[in-house]
Design a protein around this ligand. Sequence first.
Ligand code: WT7
Length: 649
Amino acid sequence: MSEETLSNLSHEERRFPPPPELSAQANVTTDTYAEAAADPEAFWAKQAERLTWGTTPTQTLDWSNPPFAKWFADGELNAAVNCCDRHVEAGHGDRVAFHWEGEPGDTRTITYAELTDEVCRAANALTELGVRAGDRVAIYMPMIPEAAVAMLACARIGAPHTVVFGGFSADALASRIADCDCQVVITADGGYRKGKPSALKPAVDEALTRCPGVRNVLVVRRTEQETAMTEGRDLWWHEFVGRQSSEHEAQMFNAEHPLYIMYTSGSTGKPKGILHTTGGYLVGTSWTHWATFDLKPETDVFWTAADIGWVTGHSYLVYGPLTNGTTSVMYEGTPETPHQGRWWEIIEKYKISILYCAPTAIRTFMKWGAEIPAKFDLSSLRILGSVGEPINPEAYVWYRTHIGGDRTPVVDTWWQTETGMHMITPMPGVTAGKPGAAMTPVPGISVEVVNDEAQPVGNGEGGYLTITKPWPSMLRTLWGDDERFVETYWSRFPGMYFAGDGAKKDEDGDIWFLGRVDDVMNVSGHRMSTTEIESALVSHPKVAEAAVVGATDATTGQAIVAFVILRSEAGDGGPDVVQELRQHVAKEIGAIARPRQIMVVEELPKTRSGKIMRRLLRDIAENRELGDVTTLTDSTVMELIKDNMAGAK
Ligand code: WT7
């Protein structure tokens, strides 16, 4: 991280104290912090009482074999019962679980009683297909209620799900299905995006040509587009799930039973299967959802505007909100369809009180102009959340002013797929917010910013963010790869979890995030690996070598910029080579991985040990003066690249 970034950030003087009426009724107070600090394990043991257990745990944390944690290890529970049945039993069956809004404007309202019935039917259907506790199920769905139902049905029968984002390609889907050996896939004919039906099933069909282990595919009918169905393998959800009984007796599973696997990009090419288990994950997501958003389940209407294919969708659209008996909104489509005020229209319509989204969305709305949200009644909002990447002070203040009516606290929540739950965030009734800062660890969480020698840095200094004590919803391992789990997260600093983020403690000791310190990019709040995109590029016959960097981008946070060397047989690659390569990456990984820019170069800058110097390429991509080039094998390479680019523009 550059000195420039560090000093820029410390000039932020604006402070936004919590509204007094919010503080007066807040779920979290300064006492909560004191209680958790005094005995974090006792604090989490108490939070476990939020759940309904078949067997109440007597143990809290088992850290006898670090870094492999067990939480509430002698407890037993069922995740779906905690999300559905118990609210019905408590007399809240008529409470709305989801107000669903389809992109074309069709809607569905699903109560907790209806959700419970539907989850039971789907659980019976999966059982009929031979899915047993421990078997993995892949879910590749648009943002429709059945996506949540499918996840909960898996959880109900103890079959860990792996949800693959619907924007990922057939290849990406195939590699995830293969890595965790799924036998059943749940999908849909398609979903609506940007005013049109967008097919999903053909990608499943293509993926399955490489996944012979998949026995059945359950297909939800959403768009009614022509859909090929393979006899004996593919089944329509409305027929097969539709004819099942809504009675299903849930079995209790051990707290450490796997709940799901979520693949995320690491600093090498192969995505990592992050494994979350049941008890600790639900305690962590349920408590943080209630705490960070000051949730009042009887009156709040909560909206996480994130896709179910990311961890935010898992923790704060499904598991956290549903364990808390929340009324949530789920929206299928894009923010500009059919007009750029769609989100604000949705907030007005459902009287949403808490909105949770990514800075990249906020920056897009800033670009579209404040007069758009100004046309809608947003007075129901009382808390705004941000997630996925650092929120720059301008976006924070715009969000608070133009969406929050200069009234609502903004909670900037730092966490990761790996952490499962919020780790560093303001609490809306306690913290005086600073635009751009994630502030302080959640009660019960211990973090430290350390230097290269693992020593805590002082206030006003930067370093690496580490987590110093185990937490309930931490990942338990990487699917099938304990060694990589230890190596990636627990080797850099002994005894501490290394998050991969640069961070700074300001004069008050509050935490600011400065971006990744590894080869991971953050594009629109989505994590992408430079190496993964490089391998996609070199898999193209015209490409000899590729280097990918994340360049600062005003809207998406970072943007993907690729430098490629063509094979000599390819000549100059032809006039459309750049387009061809961008398309190729989209096909290999998914449209979100399509580089913003590809530059064809003759050489790449490398260190004497042969490592590509991405820092220099980033300087070029961001049009900065070149950094130190003395470790380059041949420092003229950079001049060549620059000349080459000047020609390319
Ligand atoms: C990485 C994790 C958290 C769910 C969505 C992304 C970055 C995330 C923040 C934030 C600064 C943030 C970090 C982190 N990040 N939230 N509030 N401030 N950076 O989950 O795909 O696992 O990505 O996103 O770099 O390591 P993910």
